[in-house]
Design a binder for this molecule. Sequence first.
Ligand SMILES: CC(C)(COP(=O)(O)OP(=O)(O)OC[C@H]1O[C@@H](n2cnc3c(N)ncnc32)[C@H](O)[C@@H]1OP(=O)(O)O)[C@@H](O)C(=O)NCCC(=O)NCCS
Length: 234
Amino acid sequence: MWNDDDPVLDDPVGQSLGSRHAHLARRLGRAATYLTGVATFSSVPADPGAEGWADLAGLLGPGAFADMFSSPAVPPPTWEPVFRLEGRQMIWSGGDRTDRPRAASDTGVVELGADNVPEMLDLVARTEPGPFWPRTHELGTYLGVRVRGSLVAMAGERLRPPGWAEISAVCTAPEARGRGHAALLVGALAARIEARGERPFLHVAETNTGAISLYERLGFKTRKQVTFQGFRTP
Ligand SMILES: CC(C)(COP(=O)(O)OP(=O)(O)OC[C@H]1O[C@@H](n2cnc3c(N)ncnc32)[C@H](O)[C@@H]1OP(=O)(O)O)[C@@H](O)C(=O)NCCC(=O)NCCS
C-alpha cells in the first residue's frame, strides 16, 4: 500500500545518498554530497548541530556551493545564502493513462546514456528544466525522443529514496512543444518505475505553472510545498 506520508520523501537527497546512490556519494562525518559532475546536492541530518555543518564545510571545502535542495535545516549565519526558490513536491497517484496525449508518429522513445551527454547538455541549455550535469544520467534511466535524428525531448530519474524514483530533467525543445513528447516520456518513466514496484515523484518550481498543470493531468498530486536553498560555505 502506498504511503503518501512516507518520511523518506522529506529527506530525498540524504535518503538517496544513503541507499541507491551510495556508490555516487562522498561523505564526511554526518554530511554527504554527490560526486562532482553527478549532482551538487548535499545533505546533513535533520538536526545537524554545529558538528553536522562543520562536517559539510569540511567535505565541500571553503567558499564552496552547498546546494541543500529542499532541506529546511538552517546553517550557521556565516554560511552566505546563494539562492532560494519556492517549489512543490508532487507524487504519482495513478492517473488516467488513457488520457495521455500521444507523440507524433515519426518519433520513438530511446534510452540515453554516456554517449548522448553532449546533446543532453545542449537540450538542457536551450530549455532550462533545472540542474543537469555531465554525469547526472548515472543517477537512473534517461529517455529521449528524436525527430529526424535530433534529440527534441528528454526526461529521466534523479533522486532515489527507498521505494521512490524522482522524475527530473523533463524538457522539450521550444520548436517541438505541445506534441505530447513530455507526456509520453513521463508516462514511459512512470511505467518503468511502477514495474519495479516503486512510485514516481518529482519537484517543480512554483512559478512553472505549465509544467504543474501537465503533471497534474498525468496523475501527479501535490504532497507539500518546499523551498530549495543553496549557501556558500564559510
Ligand atoms: C514543460 C515542458 C517539458 C512540456 O513539454 P511538451 O513536450 O510541450 O509537453 P506536452 O506536449 O506533453 O504537453 C504540453 C501541453 O501540450 C498539449 N498537447 C499535448 N499533445 C498535443 C498535441 N498533439 N497537440 C496540441 N497540444 C498538445 C498538452 O495538452 C499540454 O497542455 P497542458 O499545458 O494543458 O497540460 C516544456 O514546456 C519545457 O521543456 N519547458 C521548459 C523546461 C521545464 O520547465 N521543464 C519542467 C521542469 S519541472
